[in-house]
Design a protein around this ligand. Structure first.
Ligand code: UT7
Length: 329
């Protein structure tokens, strides 16, 4: 039996209206626009405001677009996978919540947690459901409300993050345009370098855990940077080598948006110029699970059928990975 190629048939995305600028952050912590811009490339990020507003509020908007753009009746949807480190709740999963919200009564769903690499992990998982031949339509969404775990008194980290959601619809592709190859990696080298320590079974929520700041994102930025810059470039180069691709063959690098300097290093290693790099970090900051699909969403109009894309990510864990795909429409 010929193998089934999972292709992307639609992209959907959503960012909240509120714009948190570098200048506003200058009022909160000892920082400045020049430092943030030169060290990270970020100018502003979007923040989901309001009571009882969780990650699903954004993810459901992305999912609705996917259904519309791919002409899918919600009842036809087989599965929903949400990559997030900021689910609405530990359970029920955010995937369950958004599937119900759109009327996807026949879909199963679950959340995946692989920090900033979550979307690539989830996309490969969704692709495998399609490759199995048992499922025809799988929605894969990356969504995070990073503002819910950000400490706005810590200048080292609060400047980095924003909120957003985006995703893709996967379906079997008859023309052979879709996901060809994926490399996924993880270790625990980053265990003490980038984490959210509280709220899990080791440090359940207590007054003390809250006072100690265990429920906020923490990273040793300089150390994480050194790993990120090497590992993300290595894994992007590895997938090119094993698929006999050169920089000329690539239409776009679609990188996780953590820091412009990490993205530039990856592009250099791959031999692709800045015109072939999807970048929107200046407008959204790091939205964790949402960065890669938000790039696809923003650059969708630039893409042509058959374009070769390389996705690459690095994040907490550590987790990292890359994917080679041909754009299907
Ligand atoms: O997405 C998941 C994985 N995460 C990453 O890939 C992030 C990797 N790390 C980074 O992107 C960078 O390390 C950061 C953007 C987080 C920090 O940039 P850096 O160039 O590594 O700065 P640094 O942490 O080495 O700090 C340099 C200086 C320090 O001052 P001293 O010690 O040299 O006097 C910091 O205290 O900059 C200071 N600093 C700031 N100054 C103004 C740190 N944060 C700020 C700030 N504004 N917001």
């Amino acid at each position: 039996m010929a193998s089934i190629i999972p292709g992307i048939t639609a992209v959907g995305g959503y960012v909240p209206d509120y714009v948190l600028t570098n200048h506003e952050l200058e009022q909160l912590v000892d920082t400045n626009d020049e430092w943030i811009t030169t060290r990270t490339g970020i100018k502003e990020r979007r923040i989901l405001k309001g009571e009882n507003q969780g990650t699903s509020v954004m993810a459901v908007k992305a999912l609705k677009q996917l259904l519309e753009k791919s002409n899918t009746d919600p009842k036809e949807l087989d599965a929903v996978i949400v990559a997030t480190v900021t689910p609405d709740y530990f359970f029920p999963t955010t995937a369950n919540l958004i599937a119900t919200e759109v009327g996807a009564v026949n879909a199963f769903g679950f959340d995946m947690m692989a920090a900033c690499s979550g979307f690539i992990y989830a996309l490969e998982t969704g692709a495998n459901y399609i490759r199995s031949g048992n499922y025809k339509k799988v929605a894969v969404i990356g969504a995070d409300k990073m503002s819910s775990i950000t400490n706005y008194k810590d200048r080292n980290s609060c400047i980095l993050f924003g909120d957003g959601a985006a995703g893709v619809m996967l379906e079997p592709n008859e023309e052979g345009l879709g996901i060809y190859d994926t490399i996924l990696k993880s270790d625990t080298v980053g265990k003490e370098l980038i984490y959210l320590k509280g709220g899990g079974s080791v440090n359940p929520s207590t007054h003390e855990s809250i006072d100690a700041g265990l429920h906020n994102f923490y990273q040793d930025g300089k150390s994480v940077f050194k790993y990120a810059v090497t590992y993300m470039a290595d894994v992007a180069a590895e997938i090119m080598e094993r698929n006999n691709l050169t920089g000329d063959d690539i239409a776009y690098l679609v990188p996780h948006q953590a820091n412009k300097r990490i993205i530039d290093a990856t592009a250099n290693r791959m031999g692709v110029g800045p015109e072939k790099v999807m970048m929107n970090i200046q407008r959204y900051g790091n939205t964790t699970g949402a960065t890669i699909p938000l790039c696809l969403f923003d650059f969708e109009k630039n893409l042509k059928k058959g374009d070769n894309l390389v996705l690459a990510a690095f994040g907490g864990g550590f987790t990292w990975g890359s994917m080679y795909l041909k754009w299907a429409y």
